[in-house]
Design a protein around this ligand. Structure first.
Ligand SMILES: *Cc1c(COP(=O)(O)O)cnc(C)c1O
Length: 454
C-alpha cells in the first residue's frame, strides 16, 4: 500500500496549494479531480491510487513510442554520463550535429539547414523572424506581414498567437498582437454535401490566391498547419491545397512556413505531412514528437538560400541574432536521435498503416450515432465531431461542455481522452495494440453516448 501522503487526494491537495496549471480554469478543480501520475509504461499511465489510464492523446500529442521507452531511456542515460548541456553559440556537440544531419536528410528535399529552439511556439517565432529578416537582408523591407488560415493554431507566445486563429486562446490578447491577414480555412467539415475534399480544398484556395495577389508586396510568408488543424478541433483538408499554395507562394514571391509541430513524425500517415503534397516549404517547424515525447526541443529546417541571406561580414549586421538558453540541448537531441532510430529500425511509417486501418475499423460505426456529424481520419489521427443537430450540423453550445463529459466518463473506463470542444479524437502512441485501440474506441463510444444523453 502506498503511504497515505502519496495518495491521489493528498498530492492533489498539495498541488492545488502551489501550482497553476496550463490551459486550465483552476476553479474547475473544485469539482474535477486532478490526477497525479506515479509512473508510465507504454501506452499506460498509472496514478497514485493504482488506477491505470490508456494515454489515447499521447500526452498532448508528444509521445510516439510509449512512456518509459527502454530504447530512448538507454540513449538518455548514456548521454547523461557525458554531457547534459552546453551553449550552442561558439560550441557544438555530436547529438546536435547528428540530429541536424538526419533531419535534413529525412525532410522534403531542399531543407538543408537546421536551427534549434526549445519548444514549438519558439520554433514558430524563429520561422516568422527569419522570414521577415531574410526579405530585409535582401532589400525588401516592406514585407512585414503574414498570412495564415482561419481556425489555425501556431502556439501561445505573442507572435505565434498573432498568426493563430483560435478565439478561445487569442481574443483576450488581441490588443497585444501584430495584425495578421487571415484567409478562410480549407477545412473540409464545411464542404457542401456531395462535394469531396479535393474539390472543396481547391475551391477554398481561391481566397488564398486573392490574398496573395492583393498583399504579396507586404507579405513575408504564409504559415499553415499542413493537412490537419489540430488545436482547431482536428479539422482536415486535402493535400491539393498545399500543392496549390506552394506554386502560388513561388509565383507571388512569398515564403511558405509549414508548421509540422503536431502533424510531423508520422501523425499524418507520412513522416512529414508536406510529403503528401510533394512540396518543400521554405521553413518547416518541428517539435512535439521530435523527442518521442521526452524533452522540450524544436527545430526549424530551412533552405540554403535563406541561410545565405544572413551569411555576411559581421559589420553588415545581417546575422540572425536569436537564441534560447537551451538551444539544441544534448539530452533533447539524443532523445530525438533514439526516436529516429526507432522509426528506421521498426519501419514505423509502414507499420502505422495497419494501426490506422484498425482505428478506422474501430470507429466506422460512430458515424451512425445520432449526435455524430462526422468521423474523419488522416493517418494516425481520428476525430469524431459531436453535434446537437445532425442534419443541420448545429454544434452543441460550448457552455454545455459536452467534451468534458466524455473526458470524465472515459477516465472512469481507464482511457485518457481530452476532447477539443465537441470533438473527441484519438492520437495514440504508435505502440498501441489492436486490442488497446478497441478499448479506446469503446471508451469513446460510451463517453459520447453518456455526453449526448438528453
Ligand atoms: C502545439 C503546437 C504549437 C506550439 O508548440 P508548444 O511546444 O506547445 O509551444 C505550435 N503549432 C502547432 C501546430 C501545435 O500543435
Amino acid at each position: 500500500m502506498p503511504a497515505a501522503k502519496h495518495t491521489n487526494a493528498a498530492l492533489m491537495a498539495r498541488d492545488l496549494a502551489v501550482l497553476w496549471h496550463p490551459c486550465t480554469q483552476m476553479k474547475d478543480h473544485e469539482t474535477l479531480p486532478l490526477i497525479p501520475i506515479r509512473r508510465g509504461a507504454g501506452v499506460w499511465l498509472e496514478d497514485f491510487d493504482g488506477k491505470r489510464y490508456l494515454d489515447a492523446i499521447s500526452s498532448w500529442w508528444v509521445n510516439l513510442f510509449g512512456h518509459a521507452n527502454p530504447r530512448i531511456n538507454a540513449a538518455l542515460r548514456d548521454q547523461l554520463e557525458n554531457l547534459e548541456h552546453v551553449l550552442l553559440a561558439g560550441f557544438t556537440h555530436t547529438p546536435a550535429i547528428e540530429l541536424a544531419e538526419r533531419l535534413t536528410a529525412l525532410a522534403p528535399p531542399g531543407l538543408k539547414r537546421c536551427f534549434y529552439a526549445d519548444n514549438g511556439s519558439s520554433a514558430v517565432e524563429v520561422a516568422l523572424k527569419m522570414s521577415f529578416h531574410t526579405w530585409r537582408n535582401r532589400g525588401a523591407p516592406c514585407k512585414t506581414k503574414f498570412i495564415s488560415l482561419s481556425n489555425s493554431y501556431h502556439g501561445e507566445t505573442l507572435g505565434a498567437l498573432a498568426v493563430g486563429d483560435v478565439a478561445l486562446y487569442k481574443e483576450i490578447y488581441q490588443p497585444l498582437l501584430m495584425q495578421a491577414i487571415t484567409v478562410p480555412s480549407p477545412d473540409c467539415f464545411a464542404r457542401e454535401p456531395g462535394s469531396d475534399w479535393a474539390e472543396h480544398s481547391t475551391r477554398m484556395f481561391e481566397h488564398m490566391r486573392r490574398a496573395l495577389a492583393q498583399h504579396a508586396d507586404e507579405v513575408c510568408a504564409v504559415i499553415v498547419e499542413p493537412l490537419v488543424q489540430c488545436a482547431g478541433n482536428m479539422r482536415m483538408y486535402d493535400p491539393v491545397y498545399l500543392t496549390l499554395l506552394r506554386a502560388a507562394c513561388d509565383e507571388y514571391g512569398v515564403h511558405l512556413i509549414a508548421d509540422e509541430i503536431a502533424v510531423g513524425f508520422g501523425r499524418s500517415g507520412t513522416l512529414f505531412a508536406c510529403e503528401q503534397a510533394g512540396i518543400t516549404p521554405d521553413f518547416m517547424c518541428l517539435s512535439k514528437g521530435l523527442t518521442g515525447g521526452y524533452l522540450p526541443l524544436a527545430a526549424v529546417l530551412t533552405r540554403e538560400e535563406i541561410y545565405q541571406a544572413f551569411y555576411d561580414d559581421y559589420e553588415k549586421l545581417n546575422a540572425f541574432l536569436h537564441s534560447h538558453s537551451y538551444t539544441g540541448n544534448p539530452l533533447g537531441c539524443r532523445a530525438a536521435l533514439a526516436t529516429l532510430d526507432i522509426f528506421a529500425q521498426d519501419d514505423i511509417i509502414v507499420r502505422n498503416r495497419a494501426l490506422a486501418a484498425h482505428m478506422h475499423a474501430a470507429t466506422a460505426h460512430f458515424a451512425e450515432h445520432p449526435h455524430v456529424a462526422e468521423v474523419r481520419q488522416r493517418g494516425m489521427i481520428v476525430a469524431i465531431e459531436m453535434v446537437k443537430d445532425k442534419k443541420a450540423r448545429e454544434p452543441y453550445p460550448w457552455q454545455e461542455r459536452r467534451g468534458l463529459r466524455v473526458y470524465q466518463h472515459a477516465l472512469e473506463k481507464g482511457v485518457l481522452l481530452r476532447p477539443l470542444g465537441n470533438v473527441v479524437y484519438f492520437m495514440p502512441p504508435y505502440i498501441i495494440t489492436p486490442e488497446e485501440i478497441q478499448l479506446m474506441a469503446e471508451a469513446a463510444w460510451a463517453g459520447i453516448r453518456f455526453a449526448t444523453e438528453e
